[in-house]
Design a protein around this ligand. Structure first.
Ligand SMILES: NC(=O)c1ccc[n+]([C@@H]2O[C@H](COP(=O)([O-])OP(=O)(O)OC[C@H]3O[C@@H](n4cnc5c(N)ncnc54)[C@H](OP(=O)(O)O)[C@@H]3O)[C@@H](O)[C@H]2O)c1
Length: 241
């Protein structure tokens, strides 16, 4: 049995992953942006899930969440699932929050980051990015960042299994009702990477789609790009990995 944080577990893929992990007997820590949104988590809480709340666009809230988790029972895994498709929250939620949580939570041995097929269309450059989200960020640009973060953590934290997952275009609130891919397959890989001891699931630095390794955008494994990204994120947040 593992103890696993799933960020953004009120809806969509995060909700489905948290429910599946709990049904499989794992201890789940669910996450909502506010106490009001946490009411959506009632069925999971009634079955014994722990919860943290905080808006991931608020860096102080992210730091408080990390402090609360560091004071609680140790986490075995984190699924960095929360994400937004458009608007000023894109960079804060899709890359700053997972970066800060990764930096501030050194203990979990398994880290899973939600990437996207859209990352192939993103610009892997840290020049001119509005990390604070004063202007709308590009979703496609945020996903090479988080995919490269997963690969950099795999390189820099020996013993930690860190992977990125493209869940496919699936019918959640973000994906829309007409999304063509399979919602169940869309969260299975995250659960498998977070908990399974099958040899393949113990890979690190992978980019996965439906439990198959795929080659990501070439920038993802470019160590010079990873280092530029980590330096920019450390400077922006005042927190080094
Ligand atoms: N669906 C797809 O087709 C698809 C494809 C590729 C990648 N992905 C990735 O998969 C992940 C999950 O997407 P999804 O389709 O499940 O999206 P979703 O249904 O819109 O759910 C997003 C989750 O993130 C939470 N969240 C968003 N902004 C937040 C904030 N500021 N603070 C705290 N929580 C916040 C949401 O909370 P609220 O309910 O309170 O808003 C919700 O729980 C994302 O990283 C996304 O980029 C999805």
């Amino acid at each position: 049995m593992s103890r696993i944080l799933v960020t953004g577990s009120t809806e969509g893929l995060g909700r489905a992953a948290a429910e599946a992990l709990q049904s499989a007997g794992h201890r789940v820590v669910v996450h909502a942006r506010s106490p009001g949104r946490a009411t959506a988590l009632r069925p999971l809480l009634d079955r014994g899930a722990d919860a943290v709340t905080g808006d991931l666009t608020d860096r102080d809230a992210v730091r408080r969440i990390a402090a609360e988790l560091n004071d609680a029972d140790p986490l075995d895994a984190v699924i960095h699932n929360a994400g937004v498709w458009r608007g000023p929250a894109v960079m804060p939620v899709n890359i700053i929050a997972p970066y800060l949580l990764t930096a501030l939570l050194p203990a979990p041995r398994r880290l899973v980051y939600l990437s996207s097929g859209s990352h192939f269309g993103g610009q892997p450059t840290v020049q001119g990015v509005d990390w604070l989200g004063g202007s709308a960020g590009s979703y496609a640009d945020s996903k090479p960042f988080v995919t490269a973060l997963a690969a950099a953590v795999a390189r820099l934290r020996p013993g930690v299994r860190s992977n990125a997952v493209d869940p496919g275009w699936v019918p959640t609130r973000m994906g829309g009702p007409g999304a063509p891919d399979d919602l169940e397959l869309g969260h299975l890989t995250q659960e498998w990477l977070a908990t399974s001891d099958e040899p393949e699931a113990l890979t690190t630095g992978g980019y996965w789609y439906h439990r198959e390794l795929r080659p990501p955008h070439p920038a993802v494994h470019d160590e010079a790009f990873q280092d530029r990204l980590l330096a920019a994120l450390a400077e922006e947040t005042g927190t080094a990995l």
